[in-house]
Every structure is written in structure tokens, then in C-alpha cells.
Design a protein around this ligand. Structure first.
Ligand SMILES: Cc1cc2nc3c(=O)[nH]c(=O)nc-3n(C[C@H](O)[C@H](O)[C@H](O)COP(=O)(O)OP(=O)(O)OC[C@H]3O[C@@H](n4cnc5c(N)ncnc54)[C@H](O)[C@@H]3O)c2cc1C
Length: 502
């Protein structure tokens, strides 16, 4: 047994520790419940499953000691790269902190609060909250964790009305590197409150999220799929949807190019949702004549929809992400790169479960819901309506994974360069979607870039650097204040670290 795991046992936490050598301890079940096969293959010396914030606090008081080994923090375990598990160290698996409670307000004009444990997944949290006729600004796939998604920002079907999931957090319960349990909200530890809204795992271990809840009925939506020759109609409709989204904030669309290696065909799917339950929303009118090959839309609750969209596949995932302006030329370029990718990788595609390009809406008004209230920096940098793009391969073998890391990495660079060249680039990169080789925190600042801008490029670059540094400097200050010895920067190696950003 390692010194670290022994120290946890000596602290009286032995009942919550899972060892590889103890059959039936739950160690393997914990590893098998990660989303990514690459993460499942990482073997910690022991897995610690706290039942309370107090358990986390006791463990951190032991684990922070300098001669101890490394630590990982796991919420829902859905990150596609190993920022949530640690070889030979202690993985803190929060999955038993999975309670959801709804509190009605004591004062008029206050929102009800949904308190969600940091090990919860979206489907179970939402289905509980919906028993009260309420919802929260939630993720869109039921098995994904509440914690990682919210700490990184959180794109939701409710984003048109509410902004990012993190914007609707009213309080975080956090265990600091000292082991102290604190609340971070508007009144207590307000700097930490803001830094946790987008700053991911840089500042502490969040054990509970208190979300502002709101009344919600059924939505109308689900996944539709069409033949490849329908892509132009669908893409043009998507661009229009973004253009008119501020007036139609209940509507959202996720466009997915999907390649099926078995049939050697591409299809184009969309997840279409109206959160008000309207079945013929104006945003989707241009697709009224599309002959869908499959149409999964239904009137249902948000929780029911995301429970049906759960995904626990266990492949070797390759993800890269970009943002660019809502400009058809960039999507056309992505389409050209998609077709070339498929042509040039035919031999390897037998080892891939899926190849996907995803396009998601990021209209400017999403960033205006909580100005200055998070560290994403988009209220300054998102000067135009935008699209978040994801290039993904679900590989079955390490060889196929390595190949698509190279190929999709190169496509990302080419698409980024193209968007720059036609002045359609957008600075922000989403921490929850990027490849581990990308650098999202660097993008958390203001950008002064606009096609109409008369500011010379050199001045724009300088201004961008200055504003970006303001947000980064703020996060560095918060890290230094709440984690004086840099425990979450050095001893919890997983994730994008604020200390690594210049
Ligand atoms: C199928 C699928 C669908 C998705 N859909 C969406 C979507 O609709 N919207 C969206 O915005 N994103 C989406 N994502 C991306 C998602 O936000 C990230 O994968 C996110 O990291 C998942 O959260 P998790 O709790 O499962 O993460 P984990 O893998 O458990 O953790 C991710 C990171 O957060 C840190 N962390 C986790 N919990 C805590 C905590 N309590 N305290 C401190 N640090 C912590 C971990 O150490 C790690 O670095 C999706 C991902 C997948 C795979």
C-alpha cells in the first residue's frame, strides 16, 4: 500500500477506499465507469470515494503533505482525456456525492435553489428537480457529470435564456487545499465564486453546487437525421437560427456530420430543441421539407430528453475544438475538410466507431447574461455571433487514435487559419471541448477583432494581450490566495492549469 493510501486509512477513511488488490472492492467498477477507455486504463494506487464534504476535507488535510504523491479529482468522469484519474496516486471519485435537493425560497422574489452533489450526473439531477415543476441550466447528455461541465462553463438548451450553466450557480461548497470547507457566493469569497465559473479544477474541490432553479414545462425536441445531400439546407437553416436566436432564445440546434464506417456513408443529423414545447418554431421553418431518415423529436421534459441521449461508450476519443464566426464559408471549408478526411483515411476507418464534426450555436447574447460574473471572458471577446466546432473520432485501437489525433489536429489548424484569413475567427476556446494540446485558458480575455474594426492589427494584438492578461491575472491571484502552496497546480496534475498560462 502506498504511503498516501495508508495515510487515508490511518485517518479513519478506510471504509471509503477502494484497492485494486481487494476483489469486489469497487475499484474496477469505478474505473469502468469512466467515459474514455484511455482513462479507464490508468491505475491509481487507490480510489477514495467520500460520502460527505467532511470526508473530502479530512482527506485533503492528509494528501496535501509535501511527500505525498499525486491526486486526481473526478466528478462525472466524462472528460475524454486523463485529467480526472492519476497513475499510482489517489483518485478522489466524488460519485457518492450524488444527492439533489430542492429548497423553496424563504423570501419573495428569490429563486428556488437546487442543491446538487458534485458527483451527480445530469439525468438523475434533472429528473429529481423536475418533480417540483422546475429545471436548471443543465448539460445535454444525461450521463455527463454536473461538476466538470459547470466548472468549465456549461452549454445548455437553456443557454438562450440563462447563459452558461455556471452563470446559474448561486453558491459553491468548496474544499480548499487547506482542507477548510467554505462557501463561495456573491457575499462570501466572491472572488473564488467568480473564478470557479469557468476556471475548472484550479482552485479547490467543489462538493456541492447550488443552482437557481426556474419553472419549466415540457420541451419539444430530439435528434433528426437526413441524407448527406440535405446538408446545405440544414446548414443554412442553422446559420439563420443563430442570426435570429436573440429573438427566439428557446430554440437550439446542434448540427452533426456523422460517418458510418459500416455503410461508408455520411449523414447529417441535428438535435433540434424548443424549450417552450413549441412544435413548429420559426427557427426550424427552413427545414420543414427535409425528408428525415429518422425523427426522434417528442414532447418531453428536459430530463427525459437527456436521459435518452446518454452515452457511456468507452472508446478512445479524439476531440479538437475551435470557435469561429457564424459564417457559411467556414462551415463550407469544414465540409471540404470532412470529405477529404474520409477519402484519405478509408483504411483506418474500420477501427473507428464514429467520426463526427459537431457545430453548436454560440450567439453573442449567451455571453451577455452574466457580464463580468464569470472568467470565460466572452462578454468582452465575443464580438460576433459564433459557432463552436468539434472534430471527433471514436477510435477502437491506439493506432487509429494516434492517426486521428494527427489528422484532426491538422484539420483544426487548417480551419483556424482559414477563419483567420477571411477575418471570421473567434478567440474563445471551450475548455470542456478542446484537445489537451490546445490552450483554452489563454483565450479567456477580451478580443478586439471585428471585420468592421479600423484598429490596425498590431494594436489589436496588443489590446488582446492586455485584456486577456487581466482575466488570467485575476485567476492567478485567486489561486495564490486560496491555494497558497499550489496544491491544485502541482499535486493535482490533471486539467488546464492557470499557473501554466503566461
Ligand atoms: C457525451 C458528452 C456530451 C457532452 N455534452 C456537453 C454539453 O451539452 N454541454 C457542455 O458544456 N459540455 C458537454 N460535454 C463536455 C463536458 O462538459 C466535459 O466532458 C466535462 O468535463 C464533463 O464533466 P464531468 O464531471 O463528467 O468531468 P470529469 O471527467 O469528472 O472532470 C473533468 C475535469 O473537471 C475536474 N473536476 C471534476 N469535478 C470537480 C470538482 N467537483 N471540483 C473540482 N474539479 C472537478 C476534474 O478534475 C477534471 O479536470 C459533453 C461531453 C461528453 C463526453
Amino acid at each position: 500500500m502506498t504511503v498516501q493510501c495508508q495515510a487515508l486509512v490511518d485517518t479513519g477513511l478506510g471504509d471509503n477506499i477502494l484497492f485494486p488488490s481487494t476483489p469486489g472492492s469497487g475499484y474496477q467498477a469505478s474505473l469502468d465507469s469512466y467515459y474514455s477507455l484511455d482513462v479507464r486504463e490508468i491505475k491509481p494506487a487507490c480510489v477514495f470515494q467520500p460520502r460527505t464534504a467532511d470526508d473530502v476535507s479530512k482527506a485533503i488535510r492528509v494528501l496535501w503533505k509535501p511527500l505525498s504523491g499525486n491526486v486526481a479529482v473526478r466528478g462525472g468522469g466524462h472528460s475524454i482525456w486523463p485529467n480526472n484519474n492519476v497513475a499510482g496516486g489517489v483518485t478522489i471519485d466524488l460519485s457518492l456525492l450524488n444527492q439533489t435537493e430542492v429548497h423553496q425560497p424563504n423570501e419573495p422574489n428569490r429563486a428556488p435553489i437546487a442543491s446538487v452533489g458534485a458527483g451527480s450526473r445530469w439525468a438523475s439531477a434533472l429528473l429529481e428537480i423536475e418533480k417540483y415543476g422546475l429545471s436548471i441550466t443543465a448539460g445535454r447528455v444525461g450521463t455527463v457529470g454536473v461538476a466538470g461541465l459547470t466548472l468549465g462553463g456549461g452549454l445548455s438548451f437553456h443557454s438562450g435564456r440563462r447563459g452558461f450553466a455556471c452563470d446559474d450557480v448561486t453558491n459553491f461548497e468548496v474544499v480548499l487545499a487547506t482542507g477548510h470547507i467554505v462557501n463561495a457566493n456573491d457575499e462570501e469569497n466572491a472572488d473564488l465564486f467568480k473564478a470557479l465559473k469557468g476556471g475548472s479544477g484550479n482552485f479547490g474541490i467543489v462538493t456541492r453546487f447550488d443552482f437557481a432553479a426556474f419553472t419549466a414545462g415540457d420541451l419539444y425536441g430530439g435528434m433528426v437525421t437526413a441524407a448527406w445531400d440535405q446538408k446545405d439546407t440544414i446548414v443554412e437553416s442553422f446559420i439563420r437560427l443563430i442570426d435570429i436566436n436573440e429573438q427566439n432564445p428557446a430554440d437550439s440546434q446542434i448540427v452533426l456530420y456523422m460517418y458510418d464506417p459500416a455503410n461508408r456513408t455520411s449523414t447529417v443529423s441535428s438535435v433540434l430543441v424548443n424549450t417552450d414545447g413549441i412544435t413548429n418554431s420559426t427557427s426550424f421553418e427552413p427545414m420543414a421539407e427535409v425528408p428525415w431518415l429518422a425523427d426522434g423529436r417528442a414532447t418531453q421534459t428536459y430530463g427525459e430528453l437527456v436521459a435518452a441521449m446518454s452515452d457511456e461508450r468507452g472508446d478512445r476519443y479524439v476531440w479538437f475544438s475551435l470557435c469561429f464566426q457564424n459564417n457559411k464559408l467556414v462551415i463550407d471549408k469544414a465540409t471540404e475538410l470532412w470529405e477529404t478526411l474520409i477519402d484519405e483515411t478509408q483504411d483506418a476507418l474500420g477501427d473507428v466507431d464514429r467520426l463526427i464534426f459537431v457545430f453548436q450555436q454560440l450567439p453573442r447574447h449567451y455571453a451577455q447574461k452574466n457580464p463580468g460574473g464569470n472568467v470565460l471572458g466572452m462578454d468582452e471577446s465575443l464580438t460576433e455571433d459564433a459557432i463552436v466546432w468539434l472534430g471527433e473520432a471514436f477510435a477502437r485501437t491506439p493506432e487509429a487514435e494516434a492517426l486521428f489525433q494527427r489528422r484532426i489536429g491538422a484539420i483544426t489548424e487548417e480551419l483556424e487559419a482559414y477563419a483567420e484569413a477571411i477575418d471570421a475567427a473567434t478567440q474563445w476556446r471551450y475548455i470542456n471541448y478542446v484537445n489537451e494540446k490546445q490552450d483554452p485558458i489563454k483565450s479567456y480575455g477580451a478580443e478586439v477583432r471585428s471585420p468592421q474594426s479600423s484598429i490596425p492589427p498590431v494594436v489589436r494584438v496588443l489590446l488582446t494581450m492586455i485584456f486577456a492578461k487581466q482575466n488570467i491575472a485575476f485567476m492567478k491571484q485567486v489561486s495564490a490566495k486560496y491555494d497558497q502552496w499550489g496544491f491544485f497546480q502541482t499535486r493535482v496534475p490533471g486539467g488546464f492549469k492557470i499557473s501554466h498560462v503566461e
